[in-house]
Design a protein around this ligand. Structure first.
Ligand code: ADP
Ligand code: ADP
Ligand code: ZN
Length: 214
């Protein structure tokens, strides 16, 4: 099962992608997580990506396309995967299609998690990420058992630099301009599925399981 998560920043793509990966035992591939790991490790890719991420802009296509094309060729991807945060532009989607075609395969589902812009700023200001394992929480909607401490690994939680309201606004503009056209793209490819992302996390997941099958 090869799945793409679509939706605005903060729509809940990562939250749902992790649940899908757990239930269906497939890897969760988040390009944002890959970039953040590279920044943390001080790699050249990390240094390049950071300057764009800090401004709320997309990292250029050429820095992300080969990375994902290589990742989906790994052995753990033979039974499928859930892509979160990629593709984000039409050229990225075209490059992915081409890479998959070369492997004799294709995307099965593009799940669009719909959340209006009004809800997004709220979600982002409350988002907290674990510095250890990358788990994501929300101070109000998805709280940890102990405030500021990750339920999974016990490390501390931080507010991402790019989740400040000014940057979130910019990221939403970028989303509407560059990423939203992918909804049409996958509609035309007859793989688009829509879910209402304003529901509780578990209800959103139920809708997704209904689409993917138990
Ligand atoms: P969110 O899910 O909150 O939008 P991500 O963790 O997916 O955030 O991405 C964080 C940042 O990393 C993006 O704002 C962008 O700068 C960069 N990024 C991640 N994935 C891509 C991609 N496929 N193409 C370009 N930039 C990307
Ligand atoms: P994305 O990967 O699309 O940027 P996240 O999965 O990181 O989004 O979710 C953004 C924020 O909203 C996080 O703080 C997350 O805990 C919270 N969140 C995710 N799903 C829901 C939901 N259904 N209801 C309320 N808050 C949610
Ligand atoms: Zn953790």
């Amino acid at each position: 099962m090869k799945i793409i998560m679509l939706g605005a920043p903060g729509a809940g793509k990562g939250t749902q992608a992790k649940k899908i990966a757990d239930k269906y035992q497939i890897p969760h591939i988040s390009t944002g997580d890959i970039f953040r790991a590279n920044i943390k490790n001080g790699t050249e890719l990390g240094t390049k990506a950071k300057s764009y991420m800090d401004q709320g802009l997309l990292v250029p296509d050429e820095l992300v396309v080969d990375l994902v094309a290589d990742r989906v060729k790994q052995d753990d991807c033979t039974n499928g995967y859930v892509l979160d945060g990629f593709p984000r532009t039409i050229p990225q989607a075209e490059a992915l299609d081409k890479a998959l075609e070369g492997m004799g395969t294709k995307i099965d589902y593009a799940i669009n998690v719909e959340v209006p812009d009004e809800n997004i700023i709220n979600r982002m200001s409350g988002r907290r990420a674990c510095v250890g394992c990358g788990a994501t929480y929300h101070i109000k909607y998805i709280p940890t058992k102990v405030e500021g401490i990750c339920d999974v690994c016990g490390e501390k939680l931080i507010l991402r630099d790019d989740d400040k309201p000014e940057t979130v606004k910019k990221r939403l503009d970028v989303y509407h301009e560059q990423t939203q056209p992918l909804i049409d793209y996958y509609e035309k490819a007859a793989v688009l599925k829509e879910v209402d992302g304003t529901q509780d996390m578990e209800d959103v997941f139920k809708d997704i399981v209904n689409i993917l099958g138990a």
